[in-house]
Each structure stands twice: as C-alpha cells, then as structure tokens.
Design a protein. Structure first.
Length: 125
C-alpha cells in the first residue's frame, strides 16, 4: 500500500496494541445511539490468536469515540480515545454492543488514535 496512513492506533491499556498500527479510513458509518463511527483498515491486521476469533487475519474494524463530546469527524483531539470493535459474531462474550448501519459490532479493546507514528510509539498524551 502506497497511501499514507490517516492516523495510527496504539494503546497504553492493552498488549494487543502496544505496537502502533497504521490506520486507513474506509468509510464513515452511523449508529443511532453512538453517532458517527469509522470503518478502518489496520496494518498489520489482528491475528486470530490475539482476539480468539476465527482462524484468519482481521484487517477491517470499526472505531467509536470512548468519551462524550469527542468526534471522529473531525477528530476532535490527539490522542483520541476509542472503542475498537469487531463484528458481533466474532466476540460473543463482549459486553459492549454497537449497532451500526453495517450491523452489530462489539468493543474488544480501548485504544488511542495518534496523528503520527512517533506519537503512537511514545504514547504522547
């Protein structure tokens, strides 16, 4: 992929996202109760062993702002704290379900979005 990432994702809370992942916006989507969300592609993708999902790589996920008043359109602050969501059927034990125009998704981890890879590596708040 030659396109520059739109932003980077990392997490101070979860080992799964300790190393930054490049993020590419695919589509703006909506939820009646959550507002605007974003379908993104992450690189590298999640491995099934990391999330106990199906035996495949998961590159497309949905992100939703974690805090009231924060937005993805435009990104209101850096870092932006988000829910990282997978299709509901992949994570039945998760408690957070977000209904979207693409169907139900479940929050699997919390993460932060950063404007640069350097900020994501250093977890600069």
């Amino acid at each position: 992929m030659n396109k520059k990432p739109d932003f980077y994702m990392s997490s101070v809370d979860y080992e799964l996202l300790a190393e930054p992942r490049r993020c590419y916006e695919i589509k703006r989507i909506s939820s009646k109760s959550w507002g605007d969300l974003m379908l993104i592609r992450i690189d590298p993708p999640f491995e099934e062993t990391q999330i106990r999902g199906p035996e495949k790589k998961i590159a497309e996920i949905i992100i939703a702002p974690r805090h009231v008043g924060e937005t993805l359109y435009p990104i209101s602050n850096w870092p932006l704290f988000v829910h990282v969501c997978l299709p509901a059927e992949l994570r039945k034990e998760s408690q957070w379900v977000i209904d979207t125009e693409l169907g139900p998704f479940q929050s699997i981890v919390w993460a932060e979005l950063y404007a640069s890879e350097e900020a994501a590596r250093n977890k600069k708040m």
